[in-house]
Write a new protein. Structure first.
Length: 282
């Protein structure tokens, strides 16, 4: 199995430094796309011998566009490879590659897995000290982490007239064979929605959940569930992963939103922008 991974990461180096450690040996090639100013990510890629694509295609429409950057990264993925679209805050289990290689993967299918939420650096360090998600090599557990939501669309997505659409793998982990598609949709701005448009290219019987494995989603410290949901869709503004942790030796993204008022204003802006995009089908 030739497995290439593709990650878009701008100002996520505080998370990427951890996921590189867990993921880099699982791939034959890992392409990381970032902008020209994120020098910490440039350095992380260089130190870990990862292919770093530096581009400002994110900003050609004036607002952050993750999906245009994905198409830049796809130029470095071989036509005969499986490509894993994976977010920079997703840590994979060491057994992930073995699981994938032992499944009879269909090149005509799109695959996804469930995620567990790990909030803050201290929780991540505690998890790493534990036994992990696979107990005695046969029982898959959450290891005490919060189970992430799975998108199932019983009544379709926006504009789908309420029809049943079912499970769609999310963009944090989407596995497809490179021969199954030409480019990634990139009409939407931000970092949301187009992963669902991408998944729609496969009918429900070709969208497959892999139940034998979970991934871990690293999150900034939060007081309540969903506190920072959606705030990074137009560029990183959530607090650093290590906020509140005594060791400050981790790279920190800029800018960083620390004031509740700023977060409230950003949420309002995103809601208005999403309403505008729906209304004008932009």
């Amino acid at each position: 199995m030739k497995l290439h991974a593709l990650t878009v990461s701008v100002n996520y180096s505080d998370l990427l430094v951890h996921t590189i450690a867990t993921n880099k040996d699982l791939f034959d090639r890992w392409v990381i796309v970032t902008d020209l100013r994120d020098t910490v990510t440039h350095e992380l890629c260089a130190v870990n011998n990862l292919l770093c694509v530096k581009t400002d295609v994110f900003y050609t429409k004036g607002i952050f566009n993750k999906w245009a950057a994905i198409n830049e990264g796809l130029k470095y993925v071989d036509d005969d490879a499986w490509v894993l679209f994976i977010d920079s805050d997703i840590a994979l289990d060491p057994s992930t590659r073995r699981v994938l290689e032992n499944l009879s993967l269909n090149k005509g299918c799109l695959y996804g897995i469930d995620r567990l939420n790990c909030v803050g650096l201290q929780a991540w360090l505690n998890f790493r000290k534990g036994v992990g998600i696979l107990k005695e090599n046969w029982m898959l557990t959450t290891a005490g982490l919060e189970f992430g939501a799975r998108l199932v669309h019983h009544y379709g997505h926006e504009g789908e007239n309420g029809r049943f659409e079912g499970y769609r793998p999310c963009g944090y982990f989407q596995l497809a064979h490179r021969s199954a598609f030409t480019t990634h949709p990139q009409d939407s701005l931000g970092a949301d929605h187009e992963d669902m448009v991408f998944a729609r290219q496969w009918p429900r019987d070709r969208r497959v959940l892999i139940p034998e494995i979970y991934c871990v989603h690293l999150e900034a410290p939060r007081v309540k569930a969903g506190e920072f949901w959606g705030v990074n869709w137009y560029g990183r503004v959530s607090p650093p992963f290590h906020e509140g942790f005594s060791d400050t030796g981790y790279p920190q993204p800029l800018p960083v939103a620390r004031l509740p008022l700023r977060l409230w204003i950003l949420r309002l802006f995103f809601k208005v922008l999403r309403w505008f995009k729906r209304k004008h089908k932009y």
